[in-house]
Ligand binder design. Structure first.
Ligand SMILES: [Mn+2]
Length: 223
């Protein structure tokens, strides 16, 4: 039995609340990615995942962050392009969690803080997918209409295995038996943080564990 947590987006206090509940059920805990951006505590979320062995797949926000601070190649675009793109997606909250004095003109100080904590290795080791017996975890899902699993919002493929995804928030989690689970319940937008409890051998969801978002995770903090 394993747990898969939805998009966390810097909501560290909410994550701790959910982890307390999950730790009574299983210690095999995964998450669908998007650890960073929008919420106040991206750095703390990454450290918590390291400390408590929570295994994330890569989300589009995590990918943007690593490119904006130069941990991954710019892929034909300028560094400024990636920073602008990341800022438009709530990236400044992530920079702030690593260095309150950051400047988007030069994110070297943020990159240094990330490396000092060893978070660069963790970010670069996040896989695109985990396949566990009859379960496949990706961020946006496997679809015949897309050749990637980070950004698209296409209809998902019906595999022989249950897909567990996040990426597109909904008020309530979605479980289509034999097809997919979406556990993104928009925590950072004032919703809930959800984990699916999965029987990975049967490829079925057994239960869902949820906590309400903590206001401190998202309200503006005066530094
Ligand atoms: Mn997300």
């Amino acid at each position: 039995m394993i747990a898969v947590i939805g998009d966390i987006h810097g909501c560290y206090l909410t994550l701790r609340d959910l982890y307390t509940k999950l730790s009574e059920i299983t210690n095999e805990i995964y998450t669908v990615g998007d650890l960073v951006d929008r919420g106040n505590y991206s750095k703390e979320v990454i450290q918590f995942c390291i400390d408590y062995n929570i295994k994330p797949v890569l989300g589009n926000h995590d990918d943007l962050f690593t490119r904006a601070i130069g941990l991954k190649p710019f892929n034909g675009n300028s560094r400024e392009y990636w920073i602008r793109n990341h800022v438009l997606n709530g990236g400044e909250k992530t920079y702030q969690s690593y260095n309150p004095g950051f400047s988007t003109q030069n994110l070297d100080s943020v990159a240094e803080a990330v490396k000092l904590l060893g978070h660069d290795k963790f970010l670069l080791s996040m896989p695109l997918q985990y396949e566990i017996t009859n379960l496949v975890i990706t961020h946006a899902g496997i679809s015949r209409f897309s050749n990637e699993t980070l950004w698209h919002r296409e209809k998902l493929e019906k595999l022989k295995k249950l897909q567990v995804i996040g990426h597109t928030p909904h008020q309530r989690y979605i479980y289509k038996s034999g097809w997919f689970v979406n556990v993104d319940t928009g925590c950072v937008f004032g919703g809930k943080l959800t984990a699916a409890i999965i029987d990975e051998v049967k490829g079925t969801a057994l239960n869902f564990v949820q906590v309400k978002f903590r206001k401190e995770d998202t309200e503006n903090v005066i530094w």
